[in-house]
Ligand binder design. Structure first.
Ligand SMILES: [Zn+2]
Length: 273
């Protein structure tokens, strides 16, 4: 497996597109490399004769508990619902067996199925509780329109100011959960920009949300470059464009100074330890 660009510059597992800024995600990198080994083990288990393929794991802010596994150009892409990022090791091991068995059309081991469904039930109960709390007495929010910020509006504005309205409009959505490691995400395959719900808050300045959306829009503007078989996501041109954002310094500083609060608030709402 290739060593890839320095950790944190992109989704740890080399997933298609960006996670926001590398500096906030080191612990995620470690978690993902560990989860990757479970998938390698599952491939060895179900198909011992074959060499283990290259595996690319990432968490994706799916709403609800959905996971996908697919093969593209010989690489196995695993996308795990962000809701399961707190799943214990045993759960991830079981899920790896389930997804790999399905991919290879093998029988899913009963023990894996049991272990995993036990975890899912717990998560669903917890999520429902959070969801209920969230909806109580609140105005209706859609995927793009949050309580405080409307991502569609922000996109239109930025597209006019920075891109001469040239960017095709992707699907814009707030994440299901208040993520704090991942503030923004662009998925080129599904043309989607997801922004962390933790930023849909009265305490967050609009230029910060705009900055995150702008960063993700740059991923549409500067497609991923392949160089010597490596994917280069935040190229020097990308970084140059990034600095053209009017409130670049201010937004960076705000995030730096407030990431701890965002984290604390997110943990509280998400009901994690
Ligand atoms: Zn990025």
């Amino acid at each position: 497996m290739s060593s890839g660009p320095p950790a944190g510059r992109k989704c740890a597992a080399g997933c298609e597109k960006s996670f926001f800024n590398g500096k906030y995600f080191t612990s995620m990198d470690e978690k993902i490399s560990q989860i990757k080994t479970f998938y390698e083990a599952a491939f060895r288990k179900f198909d011992p004769a074959k060499t283990v393929p290259e595996i690319d794991v990432c968490f994706y802010p799916y709403i609800g508990i959905n996971h996908t596994i697919r093969v593209r150009d010989g690489v196995v892409f695993v996308r795990l619902a962000e809701l399961c990022d707190a799943m214990p090791e045993s759960g991830h091991r079981a899920l790896a067996e389930i997804l790999v068995a399905k991919l290879l059309r093998k029988k899913v081991p009963a023990l894996a199925r049991e272990t995993y469904s036990r975890f899912v039930k717990q998560t669903e109960i917890r999520e429902r509780a959070v969801e209920n709390k969230r909806n109580f007495g609140r105005k209706i929010v859609t995927a793009a329109r949050g309580e405080f910020f409307d991502l569609d509006e922000i996109f239109e504005k930025l597209n006019a100011v920075y891109f001469r309205k040239s960017l095709p409009k992707p699907v814009l959505s707030w994440s299901a959960r208040k993520t704090y490691r991942i503030l923004g995400h662009h998925d080129g395959t599904h043309e989607t920009i997801v922004v962390s719900r933790s930023l849909d808050d009265r305490s967050v300045p609009e230029y910060v949300v705009e900055y995150i959306v702008y960063h993700e829009m740059l991923h549409i503007f500067h497609p991923t470059v392949h160089h010597n078989g490596r994917r280069s996501i935040h190229t020097p041109e990308f970084r140059r464009s990034e600095r053209r954002f009017a409130d670049y310094e201010k937004a960076e500083r705000w995030i730096e100074q407030n990431i701890k609060h965002i984290k604390r608030r997110a943990k509280k709402t998400n009901g994690q330890s």
